[in-house]
Design a protein around this ligand. Structure first.
Ligand SMILES: [Zn+2]
Ligand SMILES: [Zn+2]
Length: 351
């Protein structure tokens, strides 16, 4: 038998739902699961995938394998603004005239990304990391980038502006389907899950199916950092938001979860329980570390990651500091830790 390596990677989930594995180049996640939902008004996508020619070709081939021409796509529902989910949305809209729907909080991030010059972003990062106690060698490349004003060569620099808002708690206007938006902030401020309130096509017990984006994945804990916003002084609590959002999703009791990475799975409450326990454990560990005052950088360097701190690459360290800060924020919010008055860079200590 000839191996069918060229077959588009499509899975039929039944009940007018398919998923297409759209590759993310040079990324350990491997692919985004773009979901296709049949409606009486035409095919609708949940997320679109990374903005890359090979990813686009895979998406188009995957749609074709489902009998759909990209020109016929009616609408695009975005779980959150990250480039592995929203990257190809503009191209889908250009090819089809489809609308793009997104929660307003993530639409604000998109507007900010489009309007902020790159040097503003570098200046913000330098300030943030300096305040978090980052050492000079970590700051040096960012300072160079800021001062040289070199253009930011990052994906998602000009993400597509959405045409529609996703209103939490409401059904989306999709003829013939019951798809309800569930606001699940945490991974991003405007992350939504989409609850397909229809009987499971294979008769699995539970309450419909849930397109969970990055909020609930079977084998990965999604990144929870700060909602980085150079224009806002608001002290947010993304980890607190995330934990609340997890409980909201568990209460729905869906029969099956259709996430945006990895694979479909069942028993959402059990997975939610694992993730709640994981963050509880991290918070407890952090509290023990804070027996002595530590800056966010020192906290990140002492927290447990998937490899020793010395082996964590440069860009991931910046992300790790953001994740450490999100955990400290939670402890401060709970009254378990506080900033040491007058410390600069700011240090936190258990109370
Ligand atoms: Zn994401
Ligand atoms: Zn993702």
């Amino acid at each position: 038998m000839t191996p069918q390596v060229t077959d588009p990677p499509v899975t039929e989930h039944g009940g007018g739902v398919w998923s297409i594995k759209v590759p993310i180049p040079d990324n350990p996640l491997g692919f985004t699961l773009v979901h296709l939902l049949d409606t009486d008004a035409g095919p609708v996508l949940v997320d679109t995938g990374w903005d890359d020619p090979a990813s686009w070709d895979t998406l188009v081939a995957g749609l074709a394998a489902c009998g759909v021409a990209v020109a016929d796509v009616h609408g695009v529902v975005i779980t959150h603004h990250h480039p592995d989910h929203h990257g190809l949305s503009g191209q889908v809209r250009d090819a089809s005239g489809a609308w793009i729907a997104m929660h307003d909080a993530d639409a604000s991030v998109v507007r900010r990304t489009r309007s902020n010059p790159p040097d503003r972003w570098y200046a913000y990062l330098v300030d943030k990391l300096t305040a978090a106690g980052a050492p000079a060698d970590h700051l040096a490349p960012l300072l160079r980038a800021r001062d040289e004003g070199r253009p930011r060569k990052l994906p998602g620099l000009a993400p597509a502006l959405p045409d529609r808002s996703i209103t939490p708690g409401e059904l989306l206007a999709l003829p013939g389907r019951r798809l309800r938006a569930v606001w699940t902030p945490g991974h991003t401020p405007g992350h939504v899950c989409l609850h397909l309130e229809e009987d499971h096509p294979a008769g699995l017990r539970g309450n419909g199916r849930l397109f969970s984006g990055d909020h609930l994945l079977p084998g990965i804990s999604p990144h929870i950092g700060l909602y980085e916003d150079p224009d806002s002084e608001t002290v947010t609590d993304p980890l607190g938001d995330y934990l609340d959002s997890l409980e909201r999703v568990a209460r729905l009791g869906p029969a099956e979860i259709l996430p945006a990475h990895q694979r479909a799975f069942t028993d959402a409450p059990a997975r939610v329980h694992e993730l709640l326990a994981h963050h509880e454990e991290r918070l407890t560990g952090l509290l023990a570390l804070l027996a002595e005052p530590l800056t966010p950088w020192q906290i990140a360097a002492r927290m447990e990651w998937n490899r020793p701190w010395d082996e964590i690459p440069y860009g991931s360290r910046t992300i790790a500091v953001s994740e450490a800060e999100a955990h400290v924020r939670r402890l401060v919010k709970l009254g378990r830790a506080e900033a040491v008055p007058g410390s600069d860079p700011v240090a936190f200590v258990a109370v």
